[in-house]
Design a protein around this ligand. Sequence first.
Ligand code: SF4
Length: 340
Amino acid sequence: MNDTMWIHTLEKQALAGESLNREAILRLLALDPASEAALCLGRAAGRLARVATGNRGRVWSAIGLDCRPCPKNCTFCAFGARWGLMREERELAPAEVIDTARRLVHDGADWVTLRTTEFYGFERLCRLARQVRDAVPGAYHMVVNTGQMGDAEVRAMQAAGIDVVYHSLRLGEGACTCFTPEERLETLRAVARSPLRLAHLVEPVGPEHSNEEIAHVLMTALENGAVLSGVMARVAVPGTPDGRREVLSERRLAQLTAITRLCGGLRVPDICVHPASRLAVEWGANVVVVEGGAVPRHEAFCGEAWRGFDMAQARALLREAGYAVNTAEAAPGRDGNCAP
Ligand code: SF4
């Protein structure tokens, strides 16, 4: 069967709730991003997105709580102590976090993520999450993106009002990071055993990653029950070991996004792309990210939205692609995609 006919078959299978196997994922990954077949894939993913999401676009917001030199020295991260970019420690005060969360929710964010380095402190993070929940009413999902965790930590997070955990097996885990894949998998399994929901992107993707590596990480996200997936490109942060490396083309990023959409089918309604890309939003992504504060993709603390991509721009991008989005004034109630 030629690629185009085969992709139409995959689209029907995804709509019928069938999963793609590894062989199919590898064949999609091997398509030339500039080819007609890749365009066909992107369009199929775009159609599937409308069905899977009920035509709903969403904004994932993230507040980076702490900037500090990190001895873990992941090669893509601006915080790595060895790169010397983060000379001063900076931490947001609880009142700043609450104000930021309030503004993000008012502006229509669907998720508010408290993101930390490995050194913030788990109990402090839970206390802060509870403070935000108590101070900021709304139908948003409270997310943490922090270090490794087990069953006890997961239970404490749930008690603190957290309902989603962002965690991922990274591409190049153990080589570009100092964590072993098994450490990551233990956390993913602890979340999968709990009522908390998992968000897991394929990240940080660069042209250096093989199709086999990308397929493995994507399948890990799906096998661990991620309700939100998608793709985050590796950003070349000047001064880090990856600072001079080539980054993904927009078309390849959109192709990978489309593949995550087809693989997620109807089970993974929310597919995210980061950094935001109009083509990727047309090719299956319904979620874009607004982030600020401590951002591992930036060589200094971000007082404003990273790269200027704020809530208004995020909403406009999704709307231009035909999605319905929250208004700035009132967020709708949870619709079950990620609800606890
Ligand atoms: S990604 Fe996390 S663990 Fe790795 S250097 Fe950055 S802050 Fe440290």
